[in-house]
Design a protein around this ligand. Structure first.
Ligand code: C3H
Length: 497
C-alpha cells in the first residue's frame, strides 16, 4: 500500500456530491463535526465539573487549578497530534488512525460519564488526548488528499471543513452543555460519548464509498528492523513512565502542579526544537531557511493570539458563570452557552471573509499584516471586557452583552489568522518537512495553552482590570511591532504571498 500515487488517490474519490465538492468531504465533515461536538461539549462543562463543590456534582477543585488543567488539557490534545501524525505516516495510514482515535475518544467520554472520582477523570483525559492526537490532524490531512494539486476548490473545501468544526462547537455547548449544567454533569459527558459513537458509525459506513483510496496509504512505512526498534522504545517508555509515576506520585514529587509546569516547559520546548532541527537540516535550502526565519514571528504572533482566544473557554467561561447576569430578557442563560458564540460567529462570518479576500485581490493585506490585525482584535477583545469593571467595579453582575461583544471581536481576528495561518504554514514549509507542518501549526496552540496554564493562575475578579489590561495591551503592542516589521518578514518569505 505504500506507493499509491497522489493522482490515483484523487481518481478513486467521487469528485462531486457534496456542495460541488468531492463526496468524501461529507464523510470528513461529519466525522470532524461529531468529534468536535464531543470534545467541545465535554469542554463546555468540564471547567464547572472540576470546580463545583462535591455537593453540586463537581470535583471540588480550586478554580484557578481547574483553569490551569483546562489549559494543559488543550495543550496536550494538540501536542499529541505530533505522535498521531507520525503513527499515520509510518504505521497505520490516516484512515485507520482516525478510526482508532475515535474509539479512544469515545471511551474517554464514557469514563467521564461514569460517576467517579479524580482518578477516573485523569484516565479519561489520557484517552481523549491520545485519541484526538490520532484523529484530528489526520482527518485534516485526508481533506487535502481529496483534491488534486491544481484543484481550485481546495481552499473552499477547507473553509467548508472549518465550518463543520464550528458547527460541532456551536451545537455541543447548547446540547451537552445544557444537559450537563441543568441535569447532571455525567449525562452531559454521556452525550459527548454518544456524539463520538455517531461519528464513528458514520465514518465506517461511508468511508469506502466516499473516500476511495484516500487515507489507506502508509506514506513511509517502518521497515521490519525499524518496527522492532520502535516497538521496543515505545514499550520501554510506557514501562518507564508507569514506574516513575508509581514512585513519584506516592512520594508527593509528581503533583498536578508539577505536571502542569512540566507540560508548560514541553509546550515551549517542542516547537523550539522543531524550528532548530528544520533550520539546521542539510535538507533545507537557503531560500527555505529564510522562510523559516519569516515563520518565527508569525508563530509567536499565533501563540499570543491563541492564548487570548483559548481563554474564551477558561477565564471567560468563569467570567460567564461568576460575573455575568444570567437572568436576561426573561430567560435563564446557562454559562456553557457562551461557548457557542465563537463558533456561531465563525459560521456566519467565514464566508464573508472568504468573499472579502477574493474581492480585495492584490490589495488585500499581506500575511504578516493579517496576523498583526488578528492580534489587534485579540487585544481589543480583552480591553473591552475590562470596561464593565472600570465602570461598575467587580462586585456587581454585568450584562451578558459585554461577553457577546468580546467573543465577536476575537472572531474577526480568528478569521484573519486561522485559515491564513494554515495555508501560510504549508507554503513556507521546507519540502523535506512538509508532512510535519500541520503538526507545527497546531503546536502554536499547544504553546499558547501551555503558557495559559501558568497565566490563568493570576486571574481573580478583584484584579481583573489589570489582568485583561496587561494581556490585551501586550497583544496590541505585539500587533504594532509585527505591523512595523511586516515588510521585512515579507522579504524573508522570498516570493510567497
Ligand atoms: O477546533 C478547532 O479545530 C479550531 N477551533 C475553532 O474553530 C474555534 N473557533 C472553536 S471555538 C471554542 C474553542 C469552542 C467552542 O465550543 C470556544 C472559544 C471560546
Amino acid at each position: 500500500m505504500s506507493n499509491i500515487n497522489k493522482q490515483k488517490i484523487v481518481d478513486s474519490v467521487p469528485q462531486t456530491g457534496f456542495f460541488g465538492h468531492p463526496k468524501g468531504l461529507s464523510t470528513l465533515f461529519f466525522t470532524e463535526f461529531w468529534e468536535r461536538f464531543s470534545y467541545y461539549g465535554m469542554r463546555a462543562i468540564l471547567l464547572f465539573y472540576m470546580y463545583f463543590e462535591v455537593t453540586k456534582g463537581g470535583l471540588g477543585l480550586d478554580k484557578n487549578l481547574a483553569m490551569s488543567i483546562m489549559s494543559i488539557y488543550g495543550a496536550l490534545v494538540y501536542m499529541s497530534g505530533v505522535i498521531g501524525g507520525w503513527l499515520a505516516d509510518r504505521v497505520f495510514g490516516t484512515s485507520r488512525a482516525i478510526f482508532y482515535g475515535g474509539i479512544l475518544i469515545m471511551f474517554g467520554h464514557i469514563a467521564l460519564a461514569i460517576p467517579g472520582n479524580v482518578a477516573l477523570f485523569f484516565v479519561s483525559m489520557v484517552l481523549i488526548v491520545l485519541g484526538t492526537g490520532l484523529l484530528k490532524p489526520n482527518v485534516s490531512t485526508v481533506v487535502g488528499d481529496l483534491y488534486s494539486e491544481t484543484d481550485d476548490r481546495r481552499d473552499a473545501g477547507f473553509t467548508i471543513f472549518y465550518m463543520g468544526i464550528n458547527l460541532g462547537g456551536f451545537l455541543a455547548p447548547l446540547i451537552a452543555g445544557t444537559v450537563g449544567m441543568k441535569i447532571d454533569f455525567h449525562l452531559g459527558f454521556g452525550i459527548a460519548a454518544v456524539g463520538m459513537f455517531a461519528g464513528l458509525v458514520m465514518f465506517v459506513l461511508t468511508k469506502k464509498k466516499n473516500l476511495g483510496l484516500a487515507g489507506t496509504n502508509i506514506p513511509n512505512p517502518l521497515s521490519k528492523t525499524e518496527k522492532k526498534k520502535t516497538y521496543t522504545i515505545i514499550g520501554l517508555s510506557v514501562v518507564l513512565i508507569a514506574a516513575l509515576c508509581a514512585v513519584l506520585i506516592p512520594k508527593g514529587l509528581l503533583t498536578i502542579a508539577s505536571f502542569i509546569n512540566l507540560v508548560t516547559i514541553l509546550g515551549i520546548l517542542i516547537p523550539t526544537i522543531y524550528f532548530v532541527v528544520m533550520y539546521r537540516s542539510p535538507k533545507t535550502t537557503a531560500v527555505e531557511r529564510s522562510r523559516i526565519l519569516a515563520y518565527i514571528p508569525l508563530f509567536v504572533a499565533s501563540v499570543m493570539f491563541w492564548s487570548i482566544q483559548e481563554q474564551g473557554s477558561t477565564i471567560l467561561g468563569l467570567y460567564a458563570a461568576e460575573r455575568t447576569q444570567l437572568e436576561f430578557a426573561g430567560i435563564t442563560i446557562s454559562p456553557a452557552w457562551f461557548q457557542s458564540l465563537n463558533p456561531l460567529f465563525i459560521i456566519v462570518l467565514a464566508p464573508v471573509f472568504a468573499w472579502m479576500w477574493v474581492k480585495l485581490g492584490k490589495r488585500q493585506p499581506t500575511i504578516p499584516q493579517k496576523f498583526s490585525i488578528a492580534l489587534l482584535f485579540a487585544g481589543l477583545s480583552f480591553l473591552v471586557i475590562l470596561l464593565p469593571a472600570y465602570f461598575g467595579g467587580s462586585d456587581s453582575l454585568v450584562s451578558p452583552m459585554w461577553l457577546v461583544l468580546s467573543y465577536l471581536i476575537v472572531v474577526f481576528g480568528e478569521l484573519c489568522l486561522s485559515p491564513v495561518g494554515l495555508s501560510a504554514t504549508t507554503k513556507l514549509a521546507p519540502a523535506a518537512f512538509s508532512a510535519q507542518t500541520m503538526s507545527l501549526w497546531f503546536l502554536s496552540s499547544t504553546a499558547a495553552q501551555a503558557l495559559n496554564a501558568q497565566v490563568v493562575r493570576f486571574y481573580s475578579p478583584e484584579n481583573e482590570m489589570a489582568y485583561f489590561g496587561i494581556i490585551g495591551g501586550a497583544a496590541i503592542v505585539l500587533s504594532i511591532l509585527l505591523f512595523a516589521i511586516s515588510p521585512k518578514i515579507q522579504g524573508l518569505m522570498k516570493g510567497i504571498r
